[in-house]
Design a protein around this ligand. Structure first.
Ligand SMILES: C[S@@+](CC[C@H](N)C(=O)[O-])C[C@H]1O[C@@H](n2cnc3c(N)ncnc32)[C@H](O)[C@@H]1O
Length: 253
């Protein structure tokens, strides 16, 4: 599955909001190194740099397209898989925003990372919690119809846990834990805005699995269903509710 940085950066203002809310709860004042796990196009990594100008930055992502885009933005990104990553002794702040929903079994990674972070280290993550929302359910329903059945696997509600399910094992490591969820109400502009939004993220596996013609047909079939679930307002904007789950933890010491 490949990423399209330009498609992902559509609605950048809306998509970035949880990153700000996440960062606001990280209390480190003088980290030696800040890690951006799954940095994507690196536009938010720049905010880490601005917040902690004296810190070294380590930004990594598994997508070559995203790494290239981040490098083009001046972010020293490298290609790596978060599953292989281990915190180093000066990794005082680790941020992982909108990434772990793509990583099955990531709760085990959290426990490992918490055990490996330096004393007083901060870990901050956010994942979407909208897999039961029409934007995702309608995709899964369409994929069960004869034309599409068995052709692509997309993530379902099991892709992420609940805030309590994230918080409990992390608290069990002795860390201080701050976990919450927020529902944003994005006001999107443009035609078929919800389709456009999920084309940059949730539909990446669908686009990757279908040829060009089938991908166009899939979007044509999905668009009216999404319009019915998220009707455009008379001024052309569309309300798009979006639940997100957050966890910020600080290791003892
Ligand atoms: C929705 S984007 C989020 C990017 C960025 N963190 C942000 O908040 O804008 C998800 C990113 O996670 C990356 N990703 C997914 N699985 C990964 C893995 N196993 N290791 C590293 N990066 C991964 C993708 O390549 C993609 O760039």
């Amino acid at each position: 599955m490949s990423w399209d940085p330009a498609a992902y950066l559509t609605f950048d203002d809306h998509r970035s909001r949880p990153f700000h809310d996440l960062l606001a709860r990280v209390g480190h004042t003088d980290p030696r190194r800040v890690v951006d796990l799954g940095c994507g196009p690196g536009h938010l990594t720049g905010l880490l740099r601005r917040r902690w100008p004296a810190a070294a930055i380590d930004a990594l992502d598994s997508s070559p397209e995203m790494v290239a885009d981040a490098l083009g933005r001046g972010v020293p990104a490298r290609q790596a898989d978060v599953r292989d990553w281990h915190p180093g002794p000066v990794d005082d702040v680790v941020v992982c925003n909108a990434v772990l929903q793509w990583v099955p079994g990531h709760q085990e990674l959290l426990a490992r990372w918490m055990g490996e972070l330096p004393p007083g280290g901060w870990f901050a993550m956010q994942v979407p919690g909208n897999f039961a929302a029409p934007s995702h359910v309608l995709v899964r329903e369409l994929l069960t119809e004869p034309a599409w059945r068995g052709r692509v696997q997309v993530r379902d509600e099991l892709a992420v846990a609940t805030p309590a399910e994230y918080a409990e094992p992390v608290a069990g490591t002795g860390a201080e834990v701050d976990a919450w969820e927020s529902s944003y109400l994005h006001r999107l502009t443009g035609k078929d805005a919800v389709l456009k939004w999920i084309t940059g993220t949730a539909l990446r596996p669908v686009e990757a699995a279908l040829g060009e013609a089938d991908w166009a047909r899939f979007q044509t079939e999905l668009a009216p269903r999404l319009r019915e679930a998220y009707p455009p307002r008379p001024d052309g904007t569309t309300w798009f509710p979006f639940r997100r789950l957050f966890l910020v933890a600080r290791t003892a010491g």
